[in-house]
Design a protein around this ligand. Structure first.
Ligand SMILES: Cc1cc2nc3c(=O)[nH]c(=O)nc-3n(C[C@H](O)[C@H](O)[C@H](O)COP(=O)(O)OP(=O)(O)OC[C@H]3O[C@@H](n4cnc5c(N)ncnc54)[C@H](O)[C@@H]3O)c2cc1C
Length: 458
């Protein structure tokens, strides 16, 4: 994605029948703020309907290289991609074209129908279209890594109904013995929202990366565009429709900066603990490398309890971070022999996203849930033959629920001003605990269809 300026310029608006001399005519039909799964989907669908679409993304469009340095720039700069709370818990998000999907683990989960039906939302048709189009399927056995296999054997021996998960990965482009999807797959094997952004551009959309939206412009009660900074300069862009898709942290901040929401928004984060244990007899196939595999190849969900478990092989630097955080210096160099099981819970909405900070302490119920999950993970590891079992501190990568349907937006995703919408993880209506990407794509398809049916707006 080297050349990212495409199509029409921002300046040079012509006279527009819906705008008086005092108002600013639009240069685009829709501005999409943020290029993660929610924003990329809306951008692609509207561009395909012939809308003039401008995508503004604060991160970079540099091609994904699959390196530690690039991943750190995307998701480990404190206050940008990484938030460290006072209790030392970490919250991670991707700031780049494609948002967190660029560095995520590519696990797909269907939206929980009942949660959305309670708000009159049916995502089944959008979901069927996405499933028909995207590479969503369990990994073929040849791509399930040696640690995931060993953990699966242990889990089944412990009595868990442990199965391969759907992944958004093109098996023909994925290779055994590789772990680079976690840093940003450079081989095109992992689906990311960059795929939709590229298709949006092919359909005529413009993408401006390194463009940080500061606030939404509202004139006489109607949304008219956004103010953004790029290259140290301030700019305005005008459109009849603005869709905020800055993610679970970005969108509530923008609403607040635009005078449309209070300064603090509660949120969920789907906290995770990695439970680790050592084995000395890992069985490798010829093309495999110990510790190098696609994470979350398989697992088990307890939806009623809001707990899920999965294998979680991570690159050595991340594993070493966990060992240091847990004070297990003795395990620092055991990466190639250490099985890791992820415990994830759906936590209560709470804490606060502020204008410049994010803070969330786990409720006692959530701590108890995590503790139950950790006990299950320990049983899995013991049945897999692991010893030296220890766990990380909790961390999280799914900030959402901060502009919830039924609270911050209505079921049409309208947010507080005429022709202003939100479409990203922030609108998820309640506690979650699932991989959100596929749900956000479905919400994006639904919103774009709704907007396209209305037609470009004045
Ligand atoms: C390590 C990790 C692993 C994960 N694994 C999985 C998984 O296996 N499966 C799954 O489904 N999900 C997974 N997720 C979560 C998933 O990727 C996110 O929930 C999803 O990407 C959220 O999509 P979104 O549309 O809310 O926007 P985001 O992906 O959050 O993207 C929002 C974008 O908006 C931009 N932005 C924000 N504010 C502004 C602004 N003011 N101006 C301009 N741009 C702005 C940001 O830079 C960002 O690029 C994972 C996440 C991480 C970090």
């Amino acid at each position: 994605m080297a050349g990212f300026f495409h199509g029409r310029g921002i300046e040079g608006a012509s006279a527009h029948p819906c705008y008086t001399a005092a108002m600013t005519p639009p240069t685009h039909d829709a501005i999409i703020v943020g290029s993660g799964p929610g924003g990329a989907t809306v951008a692609r669908e509207l561009a395909r309907h012939g809308w003039r679409v401008l995508v503004l993304e604060q991160g970079s469009a540099a091609p994904l290289a699959g390196t530690l340095a690039q991943m750190a720039a995307i998701a480990a700069i404190p206050g940008r991609g990484l938030y460290i709370d006072r209790d030392a818990s970490l919250l991670v998000q991707g700031v780049t074209v494609g948002g967190s999907s660029a560095v995520n683990f590519a696990t797909a989960a269907a939206p929980p129908a009942a949660l959305f039906a309670a708000h009159g939302i049916d995502l089944s048709d959008a979901l069927a279209c996405l499933r028909a189009e995207l590479p969503i399927a369990p990994l073929p056995d040849a791509l399930v890594g040696p640690m995931a296999r060993r953990i699966m054997d242990g889990a089944r021996a412990a009595g868990f109904d442990w199965h391969k998960s759907d992944k958004m990965i093109r098996p023909a482009l994925c290779r055994a013995g590789c772990w680079r999807c976690v840093y940003g797959c450079p081989f095109g094997a992992k689906w990311t929202a960059r795929d939709f952004i590229e298709q949006a551009i092919a359909a005529g959309a413009e993408l401006r990366d390194k463009a940080t939206v500061q606030r939404v412009l509202i004139e006489r009660g109607r949304t008219t565009g956004v103010a953004f900074t790029r290259g140290g300069r301030s700019h305005l862009a005008h459109a009849g429709v603005v869709v905020l898709a800055g993610g679970g942290i970005g969108s509530p901040r923008l609403l607040h900066a635009s005078g449309l929401r209070a300064a603090r928004s509660g949120f969920f984060s789907d906290p995770v603990v990695a439970v680790m244990g050592t084995v000395d007899d890992l069985a490798l196939n010829a093309d495999e490398v110990a510790g190098a595999e696609v994470p979350m190849a398989a697992g088990v969900r307890f939806d009623d309890d809001g707990i899920s478990l999965a294998d979680l092989a991570l690159p050595a630097p991340m594993y070493q971070g966990f060992t240091l955080q847990a004070g297990r210096v003795d395990r620092l160099f055991a990466h190639a022999r250490t099985l890791s099981v992820m415990v994830k819970i759906g936590d209560q909405v709470g804490g606060a996203i502020g204008p410049r900070w994010v803070s969330k302490r786990l409720h006692a119920n959530d701590r108890a849930k995590l503790a139950r999950g950790v006990e299950m993970a320990r049983a899995v590891l013991r049945h897999a033959g692991a010893t030296q079992i220890f766990e990380s501190h909790h961390f999280a990568a799914h900030p959402g629920g901060s502009v919830r349907i039924g609270d911050g937006v209505d079921s049409a995703l309208r947010a507080g001003a005429h022709n202003l919408y939100v479409c990203d993880a922030s609108v998820i209506p309640g506690p979650w605990g699932l991989p959100p990407t596929l749900t956000l794509l479905a919400l994006g398809v639904r919103l774009a269809r709704q907007l396209a049916a209305q037609g470009p707006s004045c």
